[in-house]
Design a protein. Structure first.
Length: 72
């Protein structure tokens, strides 16, 4: 179960795929994942982990609740 907190980009992609997202696909400036016609933009790779605040925003856009995230 991933805790709700800082996470590596690689792990974020892994867990989003567990939730049914496909990809990542190349976009113009950012890669993205898709699910049921929705497009979820991923942050570009950078040093360090994805922050808790950015994770919360990504999960909001993915329509994934915090409880659902922590049950993975």
């Amino acid at each position: 179960m991933p805790p709700f907190g800082p996470i590596k980009r690689r792990d974020l992609i892994y867990y989003l795929k567990q939730l049914g997202f496909d990809g990542p696909y190349s976009g113009k400036k950012h890669q993205f994942l898709t699910k049921e016609g929705r497009r979820l933009i991923l942050p570009n790779p950078h040093e360090g982990d994805i922050s808790k605040d950015l994770l919360a925003e990504i999960l909001r856009q993915a329509q994934v609740s915090r409880d659902e995230w922590e049950l993975l």
